[in-house]
Design a protein around this ligand. Structure first.
Ligand code: X8Z
Ligand code: ZN
Length: 596
């Protein structure tokens, strides 16, 4: 007995020997293998869950999510024993990415892990199935139906009705979202983060506070442009709907913006454009006149990428993607791009409509797929973009090249408008891109405050509207209350997708665009530049994409643009002629608004 004890004691030192870099490498190889396998299971299950929402698919998706998240948390804990080692940079980076791999990490208790995964799947499914059933009819409206109404109707009562109607779907989410935030925070704390907001803001090669400050800095660069456009369109809306729609506060009613969340205003171009101007062309009308169907829209998007030298999408993309809303089952229609098996099985899931907005979104989604394939040779943890904003920026960078010259080349329009069309073209783009910026910022400002506890559950809606007022300069059609849960009516809240990435993307895409245009020797007005067919531009982007997330993001940005910083001067340069024009129009007129 004594002998046994002694030998046990003696055995301790050899087991506890300090780990070496080689041990850390072997651990990481195992972690990558394990998460790769579980990640595939989870991706397949999620695909089924989102394209066939039902009890069984949700069960499978939750189960797979739990397995992946629990394993990621287990590995992140086990990894602590390598904390003190002086690791080579790429291995060190993998250890960081391991801790960040799950956006809402698993808490230690298995029952709570299951509850968290079930809650996530329930929230997303509830959004996907969401419908508004007006009391007066037996027909229920889907989000697509209501988006069409917001786009086309100019009846203020109807607009307010569908805007409010859609927000009935998120009311039941409120208690479950609160619980979701609690559980996710437990998981984040267990990994050593202060909360989930701390985790989300830790993926940008700077401290979380520096990251927040960077977003604020860039927003301030752009705010005068946003305000000029806001003031101009506000007057145009008053012309249409009467003085009373805007109160003394100067806030614009969100339901009048042509978009459910006021995030993109291109659908009200007809109202926002200077009186009596006719757009040079209407892309939606051109797509319809040229008999574009869903498939042709996607093929046209793909052809832009192949013109840059990227290989065509695999046949499985066309077999396995979902391009239209199925008639016989519930699905999550919010557009997404998938990499189900490490670059080998790329798909998009979208309920495409034949209009210019979806034409742009198709390029956005394909950008994700081409990125995924570009980094397929990277090890597991580097199969991602430099930071999440890069993934969101890529397709939009391509879509900025969808200029009149390009549309003429592919036969969608007959003639290219001359310089007299510049303000129209820029205004259309500003209604999309400039309008988006404050929304891109506020969604995660709301969530960060929820996760840190600064916003209490009883103030969820109040905090949301305070941000909408402050940043977007908008208001709801009628006062909202804490019986509502308006953040839940935007996909990324129940879908648990961080949103600052889209703000970043909106800035990066103009940085990429400006750099690629200049590199190609283009000297005309920036917004008229298209790099369609430019293999050098394709190579520059492709080389950056192939880096995946193996290097800090400033290295990736520098590789294409020569810049190492998030910088809104590119977007300002692009819109400079419009800004001058807006300032002229706004002379002597009120700009800005009063937020409470
Ligand atoms: O969610 C998306 C993409 C999928 S990653 C369609 N976007 C944001 C949104 O719709 O709110 C693209 C722009 C912003
Ligand atoms: Zn995206």
């Amino acid at each position: 007995m004594i002998l046994l004890l002694l030998s046990a004691l003696l055995a301790v030192p050899s087991h506890a020997a300090a780990p070496t870099v080689k041990d850390a490498q072997a651990f990481m190889d195992g972690a990558e293998k394990s998460l790769d396998a579980l990640g595939r299971r989870s991706a397949f299950s999620s695909w089924i869950q989102q394209t066939y929402i039902n009890y069984s698919s949700e069960w499978l998706a939750s189960d797979a999510d739990q397995s992946y998240s629990a394993e990621a948390a287990r590995l992140a804990h086990a990894a602590r024993k390598y904390d003190k080692l002086d690791l080579p940079a790429d291995l060190k980076r993998k250890f960081l990415l391991l801790k960040l791999t799950v956006t809402s990490p698993a808490p230690p208790d298995p029952a709570e892990q299951k509850e968290l995964s079930d809650t996530k799947v329930w929230l997303e499914g509830t959004y996907g199935k969401g419908k508004y059933c007006p009391a007066s009819t037996t027909t229920c409206l889907t989000l697509d139906d209501m988006e069409d109404i917001l786009k086309d109707s100019r009846d203020p009562k109807r607009l307010a009705e569908v805007w409010t109607g859609w927000r009935t779907i998120s009311v039941p989410m409120r208690p479950r979202y609160q619980r979701f935030a609690e559980l996710s925070n437990k998981g984040a704390r267990d990994l050593g983060f202060k909360d989930t907001a701390d985790l989300w803001r830790s993926g940008y090669d700077m401290t979380p506070d520096q990251f927040s400050a960077e977003l604020d800095r860039t927003w301030l660069q752009m705010k005068p442009l946003y305000e000029a456009r806001h003031a101009y369109v506000r007057r145009r809306l008053q012309d249409k709907y009467g003085k009373d729609v805007i109160g003394a506060d100067g806030l614009i009613p969100q339901q009048l913006t042509g978009n459910m969340w006021g995030q993109s205003w291109e659908n009200i171009y007809d109202l926002a454009a200077p009186p009596k101007t006719k757009p040079a062309y209407d892309l939606t009308e051109r797509l319809k006149a040229n008999k574009y169907d869903e498939l042709k829209m996607v093929k046209t998007g793909e052809a832009f990428f192949t013109s840059l030298g990227f290989p065509a999408l695999p046949s499985t993309f066309w077999e396995r993607s979902m391009f239209t809303r199925p008639r016989d089952r519930e699905v999550v229609c919010h557009a997404s791009a998938w990499d189900v098996e490490n670059g080998q099985d790329l798909r998009i899931k979208m309920c495409i409509k034949i209009n210019s907005e979806d034409f742009v979104t198709i390029h956005h989604e394909l950008g994700h797929n081409f990125y995924q394939r570009a980094y397929e040779k990277q090890p597991y943890f580097f199969r991602g973009s430099a930071n999440d904003g890069f993934h969101e920026a890529l397709g939009d960078t391509i879509a900025l090249s969808v200029t009149p010259e390009y549309l003429k080349t592919i036969g969608l329009i007959d003639s290219v408008p001359g310089p007299e069309g510049d303000i129209d073209l820029l205004l259309t783009k500003a209604l999309e891109k400039v309008a988006f910026m404050p929304f891109g910022l506020l969604v995660d400002k709301w969530r960060w405050d929820v996760f840190t506890g600064k916003t209490k559950p009883e103030d969820y809606n109040k905090a949301w509207w305070a941000l909408v007022q402050k940043y977007q300069g908008m208001k709801p059609p009628a006062p909202r209350s804490e019986n509502d849960f308006d953040p839940g009516a935007k996909y990324h809240i129940p879908g648990n997708t961080p949103y600052a990435r889209y703000f970043l993307a909106n800035v990066y895409q103009f940085q990429f665009y400006r750099a690629l245009c200049k590199q190609s020797g283009y000297t005309g007005p920036l917004h008229r530049c298209s790099y369609y067919g430019d293999k050098a531009a394709g190579k520059s982007l492709g080389d950056m994409m192939a880096m995946g997330s193996s290097k800090p993001w400033p290295d990736a940005l520098e590789a294409v643009t020569g810049q190492r910083q998030l910088d809104a001067t590119a977007i300002l340069e692009y819109f400079a002629p419009l800004k001058a024009w807006l300032d002229e129009q706004n002379k002597g007129q009120a700009t800005g608004w009063k937020a409470e």
